[in-house]
Design a binder for this molecule. Sequence first.
Ligand code: HEC
Ligand code: HEC
Length: 298
Amino acid sequence: MSTENNDTKNNEPKNSEVDQYSGVETTGHEWDGIKELNNPMPRWWVYTLIVCCIWAFAYQIYYPSWPLINSYYEGMGGKTQREVVKAELEMIAEDRSVFADKIQTTDLATINSDPNLTEYALAGGKAAFGDNCAPCHGTGAAGFIGYPNLNDDVWIWGGSLDEIHYTINYGIRGVHEDTRINDMPAFLRDELLSRQEIDDLTTYVQSLSDSSIQSTPAVHEMFIDNCASCHGEDGKGLREFGSPDLTDAISLYVTDRDSIVDIISYSRGGVMPTWNGRLDEATIKSLAIYVHTLGGGE
Ligand code: HEC
Ligand code: HEC
């Protein structure tokens, strides 16, 4: 690299020349015969850059900007987003409590017929369902064995808004004195029926939903004597007692023949917690509305 004449001061007018190809003046800088053309940045660009730099500098001074070790530079303008966020949060909380208060004090049917309240209740109910109910009933409320599907229109305890609300509020075999309760006897363990009788009844239960399976009038009598008080003479269940319908395809525990033998022998008594006292009334109402809309609400 040639170092001759690289100092601008020295080469000002005398070393500058006009490039013969482009017609542009050179700066006089030259490296191995390659000359630098004098093409400065456009003025407007330079001024914009300067303005931006000044703006950025002033901005940093006026607004909170630099992090310090234990705090931050607060800026000369005394601006802070905290106040803005706080005010916004207060506004949201106020909006919410207005809705929550309304839901708390309004009866379910009225909430259900008011689109605004319903919308609010559904959003709150959905969130509360994910937090409190999904572990047992599944995120989509489709349930698992022993944990009923809440999307279908088969209800053990009833699918009206008030019935659902009652179930959620007091639970099933829960801790509240008004909890829903119905304990099927464990017919084998409690020595109420023999293995053979349970086997016959199992066939009978299967015959209720499967016409290819035949039972006998004697076993039907046994069903009437032992089971009809809860499940009804036709086996269709009795909602006021929370005894499931044995004639439909949807079932809480039954998957195969053995599972029927098992439940008649030992029963189950699944527990649905009491939510009264654990969730506030507005949330329980929102949950009732949400569950009611899932598909099978009556
Ligand atoms: C610990 C597990 C568990 C949790 C948590 C739970 N449930 Fe349940 N739920 C059950 C069981 C078990 C049953 C069925 C009980 C029975 O009838 O044998 C049930 C039944 C129900 C029923 C009645 C269904 C019918 O067919 O009548 C509703 C409604 C219900 N649950 C809603 C909820 C809601 C809403 C939540 C959340 C706030 C919730 N459950 C949380 C276990 C649970
Ligand atoms: C005191 C009331 C009661 C009596 C009597 C009773 N059950 Fe039940 N049964 C229930 C309840 C409640 C359930 C729900 C399961 C549970 O929580 O234990 C149930 C569940 C069942 C199920 C499972 C249903 C499902 O959806 O998974 C079968 C099958 C059944 N009973 C058959 C019988 C037979 C057969 C008898 C007579 C030998 C009988 N039950 C007597 C209350 C009763």
